[in-house]
Design a protein around this ligand. Structure first.
Ligand SMILES: [Zn+2]
Length: 358
């Protein structure tokens, strides 16, 4: 017997109904699977976000303790606490720089990997010497008098800007007499625009493009030759009683033709050859942007590329180019800016750490 007559017999689904149910169930299962996969994917995305956020390196300079101002400026999504670096300590010596004179900038900042300075509209790299960054700097003869602002920048190991600081300094006048020069017609004919252009090109593109990075000197320079100083650096020039046009770009020391000329400080001979106005020329690269020039030479003794010591013979005095008699026209440039070379024979221009150690 199967069931009692009061109970309805179990309804057997027909084959068609069964097929429809299976199909519907399949659709539901597929949809559920898609939904689950979607949810899982979203969840994975969120987890990835968090993981990335946690993995981001935080620019913490000092890990503990947190500075008190961190609570004053809460940053909800930034667990990193950026601690301001120790302020830049920058010094320019002398603090008042004469027109056509030199100075040394020293910069100290713990944690800095490199430094540079924007000085009189030009950017200069600073050399590293222990914990001091420094560079010699030249103030041109026609830089406006009064207060100027230099901007020092430091960078970290990754090359990112670490800090900036302004340094105020004054450019002061230097009294220099006018040099009244009498030139013969023959000599005046040397001073053509073409000659000036050639020499400008030689100086701008050949001589002042490459410098030895490290300074070769340590201490005072010496005068490169013996004789009488006939014209000082920076004197205004009047040629044949004309108006003052331009300044004397070096120091003239006169003596007999053939007088030995020696290196005033260690360096490497970086250029040698004739120039239309300056005559036979030797350039000596002392590193850190400092180059000395020897002009109107009778004879060039040293060779390009040669390393020379202080006091070593490099040339002999002459009167080539635009010259009224045997003399040495001695120049100094700092990254191409003409400065008085004679100042370097009685003022040491070196990093502060080195000066204070002496
Ligand atoms: Zn001269």
């Amino acid at each position: 017997m199967r069931g009692s007559p009061s109970e309805p017999p179990p309804r057997r689904p027909s084959r068609r109904r069964l097929a429809v149910r299976i199909a519907a169930l399949t659709v539901v299962l597929v949809l559920a699977a898609i939904g689950a996969a979607f949810i899982e994917e979203r969840r994975t995305e969120r987890q990835t976000d968090i993981t990335v956020a946690r993995a981001t390196p935080t620019p913490v300079v000092t890990p503990t303790p947190e500075p008190t101002n961190a609570t004053a400026t809460p940053l909800p999504q930034a667990p990193a606490v950026t601690v301001a670096p120790v302020p830049i300590e920058a010094t320019l010596l002398p603090e008042q720089v004469g027109q056509g004179e030199s100075a040394v900038l020293s910069v100290v900042q713990p944690g800095a990997a490199s430094a540079s300075v924007m000085f009189l509209n030009r950017r200069y790299p600073l050399l590293r010497d222990g914990d001091v960054f420094w560079t010699p700097l030249g103030v041109g003869l026609v830089v406006p008098l009064g207060e100027h602002v230099a901007e020092v920048s430091t960078r970290d190991e990754a090359g990112l800007l670490l800090d900036r600081a302004e340094l105020r300094f004054r450019v002061v006048p230097v009294t220099r007499p006018i040099d009244y020069l009498q030139l013969t017609e023959e000599l005046t004919s040397i001073l053509t625009p073409e000659a000036a252009a050639t020499e400008f090109r030689q100086r701008s593109f050949e001589q002042f493009n490459l410098f030895e990075a490290r300074p070769a000197w340590d201490g005072l320079f010496i005068r490169p030759t013996e004789g009488i100083v006939t014209t000082e650096f920076g004197q205004g020039r009047s040629i044949n009683q004309g108006p003052v046009g331009g300044f004397h770009s070096g120091l003239d020391i006169a003596n007999a033709a053939g007088t030995p000329i020696v290196a005033p400080a260690p360096g490497r001979i970086s250029w040698a050859g004739p120039m239309p106005i300056r005559g036979n020329t030797v350039l000596l690269d002392h590193g850190a942007g400092v180059v000395t020039g020897y002009h109107h030479l009778l004879e060039i003794v040293a060779e390009v590329g040669q390393e020379v010591e202080q006091g070593e013979l490099i040339a002999r005095m002459g009167s080539t180019g635009l010259s009224t008699g045997p003399h040495l026209h001695w120049e100094m440039t700092i990254y191409g800016i003409n400065v008085d070379p004679d100042t370097w024979t009685h003022v040491p221009f070196a990093p502060r750490s080195r000066s204070s150690a002496e």
